[in-house]
Design a protein around this ligand. Structure first.
Ligand SMILES: *Cc1c(COP(=O)(O)O)cnc(C)c1O
Length: 216
């Protein structure tokens, strides 16, 4: 099956409320073009040094989401064109994005990455930290970032009940925060766990290998 038909088949099965971020990391520009030709415009990359040359080569109407760990010293390079940074995992990074966005007079959409998995090495805020940021008034002083959503990655496990619990918790947190802060996106679900994420209330799934095939 072609890349394009894999994407279309995937989209056909999703509820209309869920959008797909086509995660193109480690895949060549030619593969991205194939997906682009179907009319898809939303793509995700996780490394700055890979995103920059792809951005240069590809059409400007692609909406790029940054989904990987972002070092503060690289923020400046992607800010002029990035649509959304989904992986904001520290207040320091948030402040750096605000500062650099101010310099180019942009307001950048960001999601807070929340740590929901059992693995310790994964990045993200705890629920308590994220709640503190969203309700504590800190964000009011940041006029060049707009926090519009939350992103989370479930544990890497075959235990689907564990995965479901993690997504369920994040959804509950999202619902609670929505009452206090204007969030509209919940990014959860990857190739192996997106059906569960969708059942648990995801609005945005980040799908790589299920569209593009396995990465090198
Ligand atoms: C690579 C990546 C994905 C996509 O992973 P697949 O399993 O290939 O769908 C989603 N989210 C993040 C944060 C990633 O780094």
């Amino acid at each position: 099956m072609s890349i394009a038909s894999r994407l279309n088949e995937l989209k056909d099965k999703l509820p209309g409320t869920v959008r797909v971020v086509a995660v193109s990391k480690f895949h060549p520009v030619s593969a991205i073009r194939e997906v682009y030709e179907t009319g898809h415009r939303l793509f995700g990359e996780s490394r700055v040094q890979e995103l920059l040359p792809k951005y240069e080569e590809l059409p400007r109407d692609i909406q790029w989401h940054f989904i990987g760990h972002l070092q503060t010293n690289k923020v400046k390079q992607i800010l002029p064109f990035i649509d959304t940074i989904e992986s904001v995992d520290s207040e320091r990074l948030l402040r750096e994005i605000d500062k650099e966005a101010g310099k180019i007079d942009r307001v950048v959409r960001v999601f807070l990455q929340v740590h929901i998995a059992q693995e310790e090495h994964k990045f993200g805020f705890s629920f308590r930290e994220a709640e503190g940021l969203l309700t504590g008034g800190h964000l009011k002083s940041l006029s060049h970032v707009q926090v519009t959503g939350l992103m989370g990655m479930a544990s890497l496990t075959d235990d689907t009940e564990q995965i479901r619990r993690e997504f369920e918790l994040l959804y509950a947190f999202y619902t609670k925060m929505k009452a206090a802060y204007s969030l509209s996106e919940l990014s959860m679900g990857m190739s192996d766990d997106y059906p569960i994420a969708v059942e648990e209330g995801s609005t945005l799934v980040r799908i790589g290998s299920k569209i593009f095939g396995t990465r090198e």
